[in-house]
Design a protein around this ligand. Structure first.
Ligand SMILES: [Zn+2]
Length: 277
């Protein structure tokens, strides 16, 4: 069992869930009991896939073979419950016909909160800034269509962040945690990029984007959490004033323990990684 003072608390970060809610709950519950801790909340980096039903699924951008309903309907119908508050951003595979109704975020069921397109949220005293979507050069300067148009437009129109989202995110100050789906650029050593791309779904020959990186450099969060590449990777940046920014890319839920990180928050607001492997 871990030693903790009464004012410490713990939270978990989870990679792409792709609708497998029960697997996420099982994995986190296993580590809760193994370490003898109780999680205060869970942060999820997008591609959560909270489809309530087939109609939601039809508004997700993905090849047909990846369009699976998952087990969120059991949670939506209250047959099952999330044991902790889950806060998630949107990835590139989401039921945007459902989520895009709430660009500023919304509690979608008990203990489950969508953080919207871009938002700043105080969660147990930590400022969590979230940015949904991925970067696409030719969509960056365009507006997203209204959510009601999703049945006449391509689902793809809804999966990107744009310059307005980035401008809004830059305005958020004092971020403790930056929650991203698409990774910041220049965080992966070029020697392993080929390995990641071979291992993961093919996303072109680059990892990350310059606008996510700009947010890291301007917001100076203590911790950055991202997903999308389905690969566990850690690095850190030391700023010119000697601040350390820890960057965690999380694997997808199918990879078990590689999909999670656990953190302890000390009474003075320090965020420490708890070793789980
Ligand atoms: Zn994914």
């Amino acid at each position: 069992m871990l030693q903790s003072t009464t004012n410490d608390f713990y939270f978990a970060a989870v990679g792409d869930v792709h609708g497998q809610m029960q697997n996420m709950v099982k994995l986190l519950s296993k580590w809760e009991s193994r370490l003898g801790i109780k999680l205060a909340f869970v942060l999820q980096v997008g591609d959560f896939e909270p489809h309530r039903h087939e109609a939601d699924l039809s508004t997700m951008s993905a090849p047909t073979k990846y369009k699976k309903l998952g087990d969120f309907p059991d949670y939506y119908s209250e047959k099952k419950f999330f044991p902790w508050p889950i806060y998630f951003i949107g990835g590139n595979h989401e039921p945007y016909g459902f989520l895009e109704q709430f660009p500023k975020g919304q509690k979608i069921i008990n203990n489950c909160y969508y953080l919207g397109r871009v938002s700043s949220n105080i969660i147990k005293g930590l400022n969590v800034v979230g940015l949904s979507g991925i970067y696409q050069k030719d969509k960056f300067h365009s507006l997203r269509p209204h959510f009601l148009e999703i049945y006449t437009k391509s689902n793809k129109e809804y999966i990107y962040f744009n310059e307005d989202d980035i401008a809004q995110a830059i305005d958020y100050k004092n971020a403790d945690i930056l929650l991203l789906h698409d990774c910041p650029s220049e965080i992966v050593n070029p020697s392993i990029i080929a390995e990641i791309i071979g291992f993961s779904i093919k996303y072109g020959d680059e990892i990350g984007n310059e606008f996510a990186r700009m947010l890291v450099d301007l917001l100076l969060p203590k911790v950055v959490l991202c997903g999308h590449i389905h690969y566990k990777h850690y690095t850190h940046i030391v700023t010119s004033d000697n601040r350390k920014i820890e960057i965690y890319c999380l694997a997808d839920i199918n990879k078990g323990d590689a999909a999670i990180e656990l953190f302890r928050v000390t009474p003075d607001g320090e965020i420490q990684k708890v070793l789980v492997d």
